[in-house]
Design a protein around this ligand. Structure first.
Ligand code: RIB
Ligand code: CA
Length: 306
């Protein structure tokens, strides 16, 4: 019996791809669909990558719904250097399938409406689709079991500005709306993600089993091979999926958060706000448990890590 009906909102992306493969390999997940958003790469490229990953995994049955191509204000600043223009850094056959006709927001609203025991949403990119869902279908959120977000930098430096993390900064207005209204939310932020990393040496000792695990290992090996200055790969999105699979993978602290929208220095920063619903914010990662989940789902083993 699968425990979680899940929609993954994503901007695939190297780490998104590994996270999606992990979710596909998780027996307790019933993946209702992928919804895509611009962010790491343009929406069309991310949507294509979502379709291609599902076809690679033989899961064409899982629908993909395309969402926002741009944030509430301005435009997305794509992250080609980290994710390459193709978004995954490993060629996948052109998908034969196409996204569904309806958009991501309508798809999310429908998935929530048809989730008798509720839905878990895992957000791995900018929060634009979720903010639009809040605005257009607020009543559907009554069937939100849990929102797990990769985003934010709480009491640690950002990765996009000194204070802001990429997903939140990419659409700070959307993120602020989501953090002020959606609950229960688990936030997997940079402080935790930096604890779940592998080194260039680890990749040399990476063992994988199965089709999905081998693809994940190739994606990681390609990422390091593209820039010899790269020393560590941090599992941002895979840790977020791991937190949805097994909340004990990290400890959390509970606090309301907001996103800074005014101060140019702090724009996109995730700051305490006790007037907002308390989120479970990541703290200490049980790295043995995390790498154990990578091994259990994808057969991905970092020697002498587990
Ligand atoms: O800051 C890391 C996040 O931004 C990850 O989700 C990565 O895929 C990018 O979207
Ligand atoms: Ca992502």
């Amino acid at each position: 019996m699968q425990e979680h009906r899940v929609v993954i909102d994503t901007d695939p992306g190297v780490d998104d791809a590994i996270a999606i493969l992990m979710a596909l390999a998780c027996p307790s997940f019933e993946i209702v669909g992928l919804t895509t958003v611009g962010g790491n790469v343009p929406l069309a490229r991310g949507t294509r990558n979502g379709l291609a990953l599902l076809e690679y995994a033989g899961r064409e049955d899982i629908p993909v719904a395309a969402g926002a191509a741009r944030p509430y204000r301005g435009s997305f600043r794509y992250s080609y250097r980290f994710h390459t223009p193709n978004g995954i850094g490993r060629r996948l056959p052109n998908p034969k399938t196409r996204p569904v006709e309806i958009g991501a927001v309508e798809f999310l609203a429908g998935a929530l409406d048809h989730a008798p025991s509720g839905l878990t949403v895992i957000a791995l990119g900018p929060l634009t689709n979720l903010a639009l869902l809040l605005e257009r279908y607020p009543e559907s959120l009554e069937r939100l079991n849990l929102l797990v977000v990769m985003g934010g930098a709480v009491d640690v430096p950002g990765n996009t500005t000194a204070n802001a993390e990429f997903n939140i900064h990419s659409d700070a207005y959307a993120a602020n709306l989501v953090l002020s209204r959606m609950s229960p939310t688990t936030l997997v932020e940079l402080g935790a993600c930096r604890q779940a990393a592998i080194t260039r040496e680890d990749v040399g000792n990476l063992r994988s089993s199965g089709r999905l695990g081998r693809l994940a290992a190739q994606i990681l090996a390609n990422w390091f091979a593209r820039d010899e200055g790269r020393r560590r790969f941090e599992f941002y999105d895979p840790l977020t999926v791991a937190a949805a699979i097994d909340p004990a993978v990290m400890t959390v602290r509970r606090t309301g958060l907001r996103v800074e929208l005014e101060d140019p220095e702090l724009f996109g920063a995730t700051l305490p706000d006790y007037g907002n619903p308390e989120a479970a914010v990541s703290h200490q990662v049980d790295t043995e448990r995390f790498f154990g989940l990578l091994a259990e789902t994808l057969g991905l083993r970092v020697q002498d890590r587990i």
